[in-house]
Ligand binder design. Structure first.
Ligand SMILES: [Zn+2]
Length: 170
């Protein structure tokens, strides 16, 4: 169970709506599976023109280039590394833990895509080397515009398991 104040849930939905049709992304921190802080992180792919994408290398991005712009907007996010580092520094200085990553799906359900699973597994390799706690992966779905849906998953060995979210009052 992950506990999240309603104000932070509302802010994640607002963030998703502001960035649509691009995906938003961010980091959640707190203690004892209770979120106390959310950090909006710039999705560098959302700001990138078609031509700039081709300058990236790596299997993940070459896969993205094969997709239509609509498909790509739906699955593509890459967190700004400098902002991520600043968030991690803030988390450490407040003696909090990194509890999760979030991103939005603008027209698909709140379930991890194959790309999301690949990204989560890449993070796992890095995380184990740095001895960081295991984060959850949250998805804000705007598939039904009037009923946004937020779900959290643990992703282990490329297998997502949903973890219930308990909304708390601020
Ligand atoms: Zn996704």
């Amino acid at each position: 169970m992950l506990h999240i104040p309603s104000g932070i849930l509302q802010d994640m939905i607002a963030h998703a709506r502001e960035l649509a049709p691009h995906e938003c992304c961010g980091i959640l921190s707190g203690k004892n599976q209770t979120v106390t802080e959310a950090y909006r992180i710039t999705n560098i792919l959302a700001n990138m023109a078609e031509d700039d994408l081709s300058r990236f290398d790596g299997a993940k991005l070459s896969d993205l280039q094969r997709l239509s712009p609509e498909e790509r907007a739906d699955i593509a996010f890459q967190m700004d590394a400098r902002e991520m580092a600043m968030a991690q520094r803030d988390i450490r200085s407040k003696d909090l833990e990194l509890l999760g990553f979030y991103h939005s799906h603008t027209s698909s359900p709140a379930r991890p895509s194959q790309t999301d699973i690949t990204i989560a597994m890449e993070f796992e390799d890095y995380r184990k080397k740095l001895n960081l706690p295991e984060p959850l992966h949250l998805i804000v779905s705007l598939e039904h515009a009037d009923r946004p849906d937020i779900r959290a998953y643990r992703i282990q060995d490329s297998h997502p398991t949903e973890i219930p979210i308990q909304q708390t009052s601020d």
